[in-house]
Structure formats: structure tokens, C-alpha cells
Design a protein around this ligand. Sequence first.
Ligand code: ATP
Ligand code: MG
Length: 137
Amino acid sequence: MEKTFIMVKPDGVQRNLVGDIVSRFENKGFKLAGAKLMMIPTELAEKHYGEHKEKPFFGELVDFITSGPVFAMVWEGENVIATARQMMGKTNPAEAMPGTIRGDFGLTVGKNVVHGSDAPESAEREIQLFFNQEEQV
Ligand code: ATP
Ligand code: MG
């Protein structure tokens, strides 16, 4: 079954949005296959966001994602990668539809509450970066 990596970012954890975000994926019918609260080491953050290395906001992005605890998760289900991205809404919360996580809770592109893998390759890569086998059911 398809799996994806979803993470509540430091702003979402700090604002006590973990429960609401977990509920949305549970209510949709997806199965939780791994979860943990953690601080991301800088090296892991740079790997995770490696595709954005050359972007002007890379430093800011790494600083932000390492600034406080995140809630990292693996979710499983049919078409979960694309469906989770729809449930998250557009990257910029100002453009995200009401009813989506970013549309409901976010204001700025830097602090957009949640991360989700964007393709099967990135999902596999990110799950491996954040979870070892024993941490997944
Ligand atoms: P994520 O990878 O976090 O799930 P995404 O896939 O929707 O988000 P990406 O294009 O991968 O968007 O960008 C990664 C993150 O970089 C975004 O979530 C956002 O926080 C940040 N970001 C993207 N564009 C900008 C920008 N123009 N200025 C500042 N931060 C940005
Ligand atoms: Mg992305």
C-alpha cells in the first residue's frame, strides 16, 4: 500500500495543531504507520530540503524547521501521497483553499504548518530519512 511522509512543522506543534491534523488524516480513512515528536538535526534538515539548496530561502527554511519540535508521521492508504497534498492545500497559505490545513491555519509561506511528500520517490526518500524499520508498523 502507498505510504507518505507528513510532518507538522514547528509552528504547528507550537500552536497545538497536532491533534487536529492527525484527526483529519484519520477521519479521511488513512492508516497511521509511524509517528514521533522530535527535534530535527541541521544535517537532516539540509538533506530533507536538499532540492531547495540553491534557493534564496534555503537558510531560512533550515533555520525554521530546526527551531523547535516537529511531529513526523508516516501515513498509509490508497493514493495517500496526492490526497494528503490536496488536504494540505497550496504551499502559500494565502492561496490555499479554506478547508485545507494551510488554508485553515496558515498565513505565510515560511510558516505553513505542515509538510507532505510530493511524489512516490520523495515519499520513499523522506520516510527512510526520518524513520527506521522498527519505528514503522
Ligand atoms: P513542503 O515541502 O514543506 O511540504 P511544498 O512541497 O508545498 O512544501 P516546496 O516548494 O517544497 O513546497 O517548498 C518547501 C518549503 O519552502 C515550503 O513549505 C515553504 O515553507 C518554503 N518556501 C517555498 N517557497 C518559499 C518562498 N518563496 N519564500 C520562503 N519560503 C518558501
Ligand atoms: Mg516540498
